[in-house]
Design a protein. Structure first.
Length: 170
């Protein structure tokens, strides 16, 4: 079995500097990294899976060992299908812990060959989230510190509420 393939899963709605930091660091640790845009039943997404894949691809040019895919099924099944032995996730504040712990244990139950590894989020990304980015973009705020230039306009075009109560132009 190939022990050097890792999966970085998430909703990525949209991808942020926080996600990209984890993907980049995982790409240095593993021979191959597969970024999986997966479905989180608890979240309503603003971008289609195809749009999210496209945005991530725009941001990872230069990371030659990273592939980006969409998968609509169970992550544990996808890991088995691709012979991946690790799921790599970023861990932010303590508030992430219980949810991530539950997912890690469930994935282990579903696929005993896969280990979940957590990378500590860089301190500047500790409180960064996709939903925060969307909220700021919707009100015409500057999202340059949170997402790469390559996808900034994609996000504003979709999220900015034209003629919103703020009256602020992005
Ligand atoms: O970025 P998110 O929303 O925290 O990522 C959660 C995600 C998409 C990785 C998780 O919901 C997931 O793995 N979905 C795929 C379906 C699945 O395998 N569900 C069981 C997880 S224990």
């Amino acid at each position: 079995m190939n022990r050097l393939t890792a999966i970085c899963p998430g909703s990525f709605d949209p991808v942020t500097f926080g996600h990209l930091d984890i993907i980049t660091r995982a790409s240095r640790l593993f021979e191959k990294v597969i970024v999986v845009v997966a479905s989180n039943g608890a979240k309503h997404c603003s971008f289609t899976p195809e749009e999210r894949v496209k945005m991530i691809k725009k941001c990872i040019a230069g990371l030659d060992n990273v592939e980006v895919v969409h998968f609509g099924g169970l992550l544990a099944d996808y890991a088995a299908k691709r012979n991946a032995t690790a799921i790599v996730k970023g861990l932010r504040a303590m508030s992430d812990f219980e949810y991530e712990f539950q997912m890690a244990l469930t994935n282990k139950k579903l696929n005993p060959n896969v280990e979940t590894l957590f990378l500590t989020t860089a301190s500047q990304n500790m409180y960064l989230s996709s939903s925060m980015v969307k909220q700021i973009a919707s009100m015409g705020g500057d999202i340059s510190s949170f997402v790469p230039e390559e996808i900034k306009e994609d996000i504003i075009d979709r999220i900015y509420i034209k003629n919103s109560e703020t009256g602020v132009e992005p």
